[in-house]
Write a protein that binds this ligand. Structure first.
Ligand code: 1PR
Length: 541
C-alpha cells in the first residue's frame, strides 16, 4: 500500500490530486504504527525544514521514518521531503536525518532573485553534458549544492543537477530504495506526472548505482531557470450570481454603454467559466495559473463556497502551480466568529492552491511596519502565512496608479519619480480594494516592505495599463524589479507577443502575466513563447 506522509504544512492536496489522476490508491500516515503497513512512501513538503522536523518529532514519526528508510522499502521525498534526508539546513537549528552527510544551504541572492521559483531543467548525471533534462517546477530558497570536491558523498547521491544563476545544485537524489526531488513533480505538468507514475509502477528503475562524480559542469549563462508565462483569471459573480471570469479596462469590469462609451453602467463582462478557461490555458502550456477573486474584499472568502469549489475543481485536473488571491485578511463571519488571514489562506491551500496572493492587506501591513519604524511584529497576514507555509507560498499583488507631478517635484516620493521622454514626471501610488482607494504609500515602499515581512513574490499590476493592450509599464517594472530581491511578475497591458519580449529583455522580471489577450484568443501562449525563444529568452516549450 502506498502511504503519504503529511507534516501539516504546504499543499499536499496537489500531490493527492496527481496520484488520483494517475489512478493510484493511497492512505495517509496517521500514526507511527502505519509505517509498518507501507510498501511505498511519499513524503511531500513545501515550506520550512524546521516545521517539518518539529512536526515529525512531535507526532513521534521521526524514528519510524528512519526505520522505514533503513528497511529498503521505496521512499520518494519531494522538496522538504528530500531535504530532510541531509545532515542539516541553514534554515533550521534542528538536524536532519543525516542519511546524506552534507548541508542544505541558502541560495546566494547576489546575482538572482531568491526564492528560486519556476521551471528549470533537471539534467541527469548519466546524460551527456549537452543533453538538457526535462523541465520541472521548483520553489525553494535552500538547496544542496553540487560540489564533488567539497561534498563528495552528496555528489554520490546526485541523480540530476540544476543550475540557478551561477549555482549548481542537486535537483534529485537516488540511492538504493531512496529517491528524492527538489522540484515538485505534482506541479510539473505531464513531465512530473510521468515521473511519479514511473516511480510507482517501476520502482526498480530508480534503484540507482552511485554515479561517478564528475568535475563541476561548465556553467553556461543561458542555461537555467526559464521565464514564466502566467494566465490570470479575474473572477467575480455576475449580476445573476454566477462566478465568471471577467476582465476590466483599468479595473472597470462592466460593459460600456455603446452610445456614450461610459463604463460602470452595463453588466459585468463575462469571458467564460473559470475552470474551463484554466483547463484551456493548462493545455496550451501556461507555466502557472492565477485566479483572483476580485470582489472578495467585500466579504469573507470562507463564506464563498462557489469560489472554493472553483479552486478545488481547477486543482483536481490542472497540474501546474495555482495562485489564488482576494480577501486574504483577518475577517469576522456574519455570526461574529473571528477568522484569521491564516485560516482563510489555509482554506485555499486545502482546496488546492499552491500560493495565495495578498492585495489590500499587504498595503495596510506595510503602513503598520513603517509606523513601527520598520520593525515587524509577526502579526501580519504575510508573516503568519509565510511562517506556516513558507515565504514562497505568499505572493503580494500590487495595484499601483501613476500620479503626475511637476518635473521639479521635491515631495516625499522624489527619489522614485520617473521622468518621461515628453517632459512629464510621475510616481506610482498604491491602492486598495481593487483600485477604489489610494493610500499614502508608493509601489517601491510597498515592495520593499513586503520583502522585509517575508513575501516570496510580487505580482505587479498597473491600473493605468490594465486591459489597454498598450504593453506592460516598463518604467514601473524596472523600478520595482530594481528595489527588491524577490521575484517580480509583470502584469497589465499585454497586447501582443512582442510586449513580453520587451518586458523580459528590458526589466529583468522573472515572469509575465496576461489576461485579456488570452481570454479573447487574440494571442496564444505558444505564440508568446515562440517569440521569446526567437529573442533568445529561455522558456519552457
Ligand atoms: O485586495 O487582497 O482582496 O485582492 C484583490 C485582488 O483582486 C488583487 O490582486 C487585485 O489586483 C485584484 N482586483 C481587484 N479589482 C480588480 C478589477 O479588475 N476590478 N483585478 C482586480 C486586478 C489585474 C490583473 C489583470 C492584469 C492583466 N486585475 O489581475 O489580470 O491587469 O490584464 P490584461 O492582460 O488584460 O491587461 P485583495
Amino acid at each position: 500500500m502506498l502511504f503519504l506522509l503529511d507534516y501539516g504544512a504546504g499543499n499536499v492536496t496537489s500531490l493527492a490530486n496527481s496520484l488520483r489522476q494517475l489512478g493510484h490508491d493511497f492512505r495517509w500516515i496517521e500514526h507511527p504504527s502505519d509505517f509498518a503497513q507501507a510498501t511505498s512512501l511519499v513524503f511531500p513538503g513545501v515550506g520550512a525544514f524546521e516545521s517539518a522536523i518539529q512536526h515529525l518529532s512531535r507526532r513521534g514519526l521521526l524514528e519510524p521514518l528512519r526505520e522505514y528508510l533503513r528497511s529498503g522499502r521505496p521512499y520518494f521525498g519531494i522538496c522538504i521531503g528530500m531535504q530532510v534526508l541531509f545532515q542539516s539546513s541553514e534554515e533550521s537549528p534542528s538536524p536532519g536525518l543525516g542519511i546524506i552527510p552534507s548541508p542544505i544551504q541558502r541560495f546566494s541572492d547576489h546575482d538572482k532573485a531568491v526564492p528560486h521559483i519556476g521551471w528549470n531543467s533537471a539534467d541527469l548525471l548519466d546524460a551527456s553534458p549537452e543533453e538538457t533534462g526535462a523541465f520541472y517546477y521548483f520553489v525553494h530558497s535552500y538547496c544542496a549544492k553540487y560540489s564533488p570536491e567539497k561534498y563528495p558523498e552528496a555528489a554520490q547521491w546526485a541523480h540530476s543537477t540544476t543550475q540557478y544563476g551561477q549555482e549548481l545544485f542537486i535537483s534529485s537524489v537516488c540511492k538504493g530504495n531512496i529517491f528524492g526531488t527538489q522540484f515538485h513533480p505534482e506541479k510539473s505538468g505531464d513531465a512530473g506526472l510521468a515521473l511519479l507514475d514511473k516511480w510507482l509502477r517501476v520502482p526498480d528503475a530508480f534503484h540507482h548505482a552511485p554515479a561517478t562524480p564528475r568535475a563541476t559542469r561548465v556553467l553556461s549563462p543561458k542555461h537555467g531557470l526559464t521565464k514564466r508565462i502566467i494566465a490570470c483569471m479575474d473572477v467575480r459573480a455576475n449580476d445573476a450570481g454566477d462566478l465568471v471570469v471577467t476582465k476590466g479596462d483599468q479595473y472597470d469590469v462592466r460593459e460600456k454603454d455603446p452610445s456614450t462609451a461610459v463604463a460602470s453602467a452595463g453588466a459585468v463582462r463575462n469571458l467564460g467559466k473559470p475552470v474551463a478557461l484554466a483547463a484551456r490555458y493548462y493545455a496550451a502550456g501556461a507555466d502557472e495559473l492565477c485566479l483572483l477573486n476580485i470582489t472578495s474584499f467585500r466579504h469573507s472568502p470562507l463564506q464563498d463556497q462557489p469560489m472554493l469549489a472553483v479552486v478545488r475543481a481547477a486543482a483536481e485536473r490542472l497540474f501546474v502551480p495555482l495562485t489564488i488571491g482576494g480577501g486574504i485578511k483577518d475577517t469576522v463571519d456574519p455570526d461574529g466568529t473571528a477568522r484569521s488571514a491564516l485560516e482563510v489562506a489555509s482554506a485555499y491551500f486545502r482546496a488546492g492552491a499552491d500560493k495565495v496572493s495578498i492585495g489590500s492587506e499587504a498595503v495596510y501591513a506595510v503602513e503598520r511596519l513603517r509606523a513601527q519604524g520598520g520593525v515587524a511584529d509577526g502579526t501580519s497576514a504575510i508573516e503568519t502565512i509565510a511562517h506556516a507555509y513558507g515565504r514562497q507560498a505568499v505572493v503580494v499583488s500590487i495595484d499601483p496608479r501613476r500620479v503626475l507631478v511637476d518635473v521639479d517635484y521635491s515631495g516625499p516620493y522624489k527619489d522614485e519619480v520617473v521622468r518621461g521622454a515628453d517632459g512629464s514626471a510621475w510616481w506610482y501610488q498604491c491602492t486598495v480594494s481593487g483600485g477604489r482607494e489610494s493610500r499614502p504609500l508608493s509601489a517601491v515602499q510597498l515592495a520593499q516592505g513586503v520583502d522585509v515581512l517575508g513575501a516570496g513574490e510580487i505580482l505587479l499590476n498597473s491600473i493605468d495599463r490594465d486591459g489597454t493592450g498598450l504593453g506592460f509599464d516598463l518604467d514601473l517594472l524596472a523600478l520595482v524589479r530594481g528595489s527588491v530581491r524577490i521575484p517580480v511578475v509583470a502584469s497589465s497591458g499585454a497586447g501582443k507577443a512582442a510586449h513580453f519580449v520587451e518586458a523580459f529583455a528590458q526589466t529583468g522580471v522573472e515572469a509575465a502575466l496576461a489576461a485579456g489577450i488570452f481570454h479573447r484568443q487574440e494571442v496564444g501562449i505558444d505564440e508568446v513563447k515562440d517569440a521569446l525563444h526567437l529573442a533568445g529568452i529561455h522558456v519552457r516549450r
